[in-house]
Design a protein around this ligand. Structure first.
Ligand code: PHE
Length: 348
């Protein structure tokens, strides 16, 4: 009995002296003293060996001992309670933010806008017309009557083509000359317009050809407009577009709607004239067709060809873009590959 009392006294001292370094040790304390196999329970079990006359005072002693252990546990648990948990996402204001992806203009849009801006500085207005056209505006008015062999130059997508000639023919415009026809229909000279827009031709898609592409065509009709005006206008354009060092040359050509007609080449902007794949090692690349408006075209719109003359030109936006940004495959323009498009971020 004496031994048991001494043991309890030692336990009490041990409990009083206990200090925990962390929540784990608090839990170990609970298991050791107050767990189901803990020492408090074990000591309680001694009750049955205590003589009856001492049971009462021993019971009190045991209760004190148990209370001491419980009070100590509570004290320990309070001082080692886990920190209050903050709910919701943790925000660290020092971290860099999520990147915001910046969109970019399509290279063809960039170049078209630049082309339009240059011609606007020369006093050209902008005209737009429908992509679905009738035969007259795309061909007939442009001095390409039916069965004219030059129609084969432009592989046309027909939407409606009655074999017996009954009813209208509908097609996808093959050039924006059709818009020039609409302008001449509605306006009297002087006329000074450019016609940007998408055009369609039935070509197999490859790096060098596509079934749709974009043009900027121009038309200038007034009294005394000469071939010299045509040359100077186009020379001004390429200098603005490619810089003062660009060289030009005109080659005789044929278009049904112009007479005389010429194609214009510029010194290759990729190799600088020394020869590369783009210029097929000639140092020159063709960028446009042009000429003096055919008198018949003027007459088609009731414009007096004795009083008025004019020049016209047409070029592909894809070709100009290729030379400006060294894009070597036409298909890139319409594949919407973000790796291609994002190279133009920040270009305005
Ligand atoms: N319409 C011609 C084409 O699409 C280009 C052109 C326009 C040529 C005006 C001469 C004059 O090929």
């Amino acid at each position: 009995m004496e031994q048991l009392l001494q043991q309890i006294e030692k336990y009490k001292q041990e409990i009083a002296a206990f200090a925990a370094a962390g929540a784990d040790e608090v839990e170990q304390f609970r298991i050791k003293w107050l767990g189901t196999k803990g020492l408090v329970k074990a000591v309680m079990g001694e009750m049955k060996n205590v003589p009856n006359d001492q049971k009462k005072s021993f019971g009190q002693l045991l209760n004190e001992f148990k209370s001491l252990a419980e009070a100590k546990l509570e004290e320990l648990q309070q001082s080692h309670a886990p920190a209050a948990v903050v709910t919701g996402p943790a925000i660290d204001f020092a971290l860099p933010g999520d990147p915001v992806t910046v969109g970019s203009r399509h290279p063809l849009t960039l170049v078209r806008n630049e082309m339009v801006a240059i011609f606007k500085r020369l006093g050209f207005a902008v005209a737009e017309g429908p992509e679905i056209e009738d035969d007259w505006h795309n061909f007939g008015a442009m001095n390409l009557p039916e069965d004219h062999p030059a129609r084969d130059m432009q592989d046309t997508f027909y939407i409606r083509k009655p074999e017996d000639g009954n009813g209208p023919t509908w097609l996808l415009r093959t050039h924006t000359s059709s818009t020039q026809a609409r302008v001449m229909e509605e306006q009297k000279p002087p006329i000074r317009v450019i016609c940007p827009g998408r055009v369609y031709r039935n070509e197999t898609i490859s790096a060098r050809a596509h079934c749709f592409f974009h043009q900027v065509e121009g038309l200038y009709i007034d009294e005394n407009v000469s071939f010299a005006d045509l040359k100077q206008t186009l020379y001004f354009f390429v200098q603005e577009m490619f810089g003062k060092d660009v060289k030009v040359r005109f080659r005789p050509s044929y278009f049904p709607f112009t007479e005389p007609s010429a194609e214009m080449d510029i010194s290759c902007q990729i190799c600088g004239g020394s020869g590369c794949n783009i210029c097929k090692h000639t140092g020159w690349v063709e960028i446009l067709g042009s000429g003096m408006v055919h008198p018949k075209v003027l007459e088609n719109f009731g414009i007096d060809s004795n009083k008025y003359t004019g020049f016209a030109f047409g070029m592909g936006v894809e070709r100009i873009t290729q030379l400006k940004y060294q894009v070597n495959d036409l298909r890139l323009y319409s594949q919407n590959d973000i790796r291609f498009l994002k190279q133009f971020t920040g270009v305005v």
